[in-house]
Write a protein that binds this ligand. Structure first.
Ligand code: FRU
Length: 325
């Protein structure tokens, strides 16, 4: 029946930032291809308690499927288990939980990204140097996995030493503050690796204020393409490199619909990463701008279709009215 074909999908995002905005846009754009789906997005603004509330509200509303990017694994695991046990399929995106009670995961392999970053650092410094690591929110799984991956690959280059570390919770300002106090303590720093670009940009700003950007390379993760973000800062020569952390909102929506419609789907959808440095940053910007224009056309077409249907049904009503009279 018509009723059975309506699917309510609740998306619970842990944070609100450009990376997540991109993902949310991809989800809603992909949803245009599934007229039977309705998507509601809530954002917890990095607050575990708010996210638990958001998810509980979705459960009360009777969502047919939950998409969750869990802020911190420990705190968010129980409420996800609750939803899963109540029979609501759960698609985890980007961050994970400490339980196997979820239906599917869509995201990149953060351990692998950390490993690739480690290899890049080792090459960049020719196997020798002093580095600083700025980590993301302690209890979020990408922070843990990126660190493990990086340590694993740096284990092969014992002459690369991590001389300072700070947890900046994924935030630019926290990174800036942390680096403000780290820099004066260490005369020789060859590279600052931040687990996301926002923190890498914060580190760069701090170093710029202290006149230390010349001898330090800044490496991040995310590669958001819009102005002022990762790729743009690499192209500008502020960041030395970044790694693509794909948002994959379209894939999230496809997996969600496959689950709801009883079609085959992968429990694990692994989105791949790639290095962005000075040699390919501009190309990436150009390609993304091109894709963006195509995306906008899809939206324009969708609006036009809506307008046609509206006109069509109005004309049909008019015709019926004429016949009856
Ligand atoms: C965005 C973000 C990214 C980071 C990811 C980790 O909210 O902080 O910068 O790569 O989350 O989950």
């Amino acid at each position: 029946s018509q009723k059975d074909e309506h699917y309510l999908i609740g998306v619970s995002q842990c944070s609100e930032d450009e990376w997540r905005t991109q993902m949310n846009k991809e989800i809603t754009r992909e949803a245009l291809f599934y007229p039977q789906a309705e998507v509601k997005i809530k954002t917890a603004k990095d607050d575990n308690r708010k996210q638990i509330e958001d998810i509980k509200e979705f459960i009360r509303e009777g969502v047919d499927l939950l998409v969750v990017a869990p802020n911190e694994a420990n705190a968010i695991t129980p409420v996800i288990e609750e939803a899963f046990d109540a029979g609501i399929p759960v698609v985890l995106v980007d961050r994970k939980i400490h339980s196997s009670k979820y239906t599917a995961y869509v995201g990149a392999d953060n351990y692998e990204i950390g490993r690739q970053a480690g290899m890049y650092i080792a090459n960049r410094l020719h196997g020798k140097g002093q580095i600083v690591e700025i980590t993301g929110l302690k209890g979020s799984t990408p922070a843990v996995e990126r660190h493990r991956g990086m340590m694993e690959s740096l284990a092969e280059t014992p002459d690369i030493k991590i001389i300072a570390k700070a947890d900046a919770k994924w935030f630019q300002q926290d990174a800036e503050k942390a680096v403000d106090s780290i820099l004066p303590q260490h005369k020789q720093i060859d590279l600052i690796f931040a687990q996301n670009d926002r923190m890498a940009i914060g580190a760069y700003r701090s170093a710029a204020r202290q006149g230390r950007t010349k001898d330090i390379a800044f490496v991040g993760i995310d590669a958001v393409w819009s102005e002022g973000y990762g790729v743009d800062r690499v192209a500008a020569g502020e960041l030395d490199a970044t790694f693509i952390y794909p948002t994959g909102g379209d894939r999230v929506m496809q997996v969600a619909m496959a689950i709801l419609q009883g079609k085959p789907y992968a429990r694990d959808t692994n989105l791949s990463t790639a290095l962005v440095n000075r040699s390919n940053a501009r190309i990436m910007q150009m390609q993304t701008e091109h894709i963006l224009r195509l995306d906008q056309k899809i939206e324009i077409l969708d609006n036009q279709l809506d307008a046609y249907f509206l006109r069509y049904s109005a004309q049909r009503m008019f015709l019926y009215a004429c016949i009856i009279i």
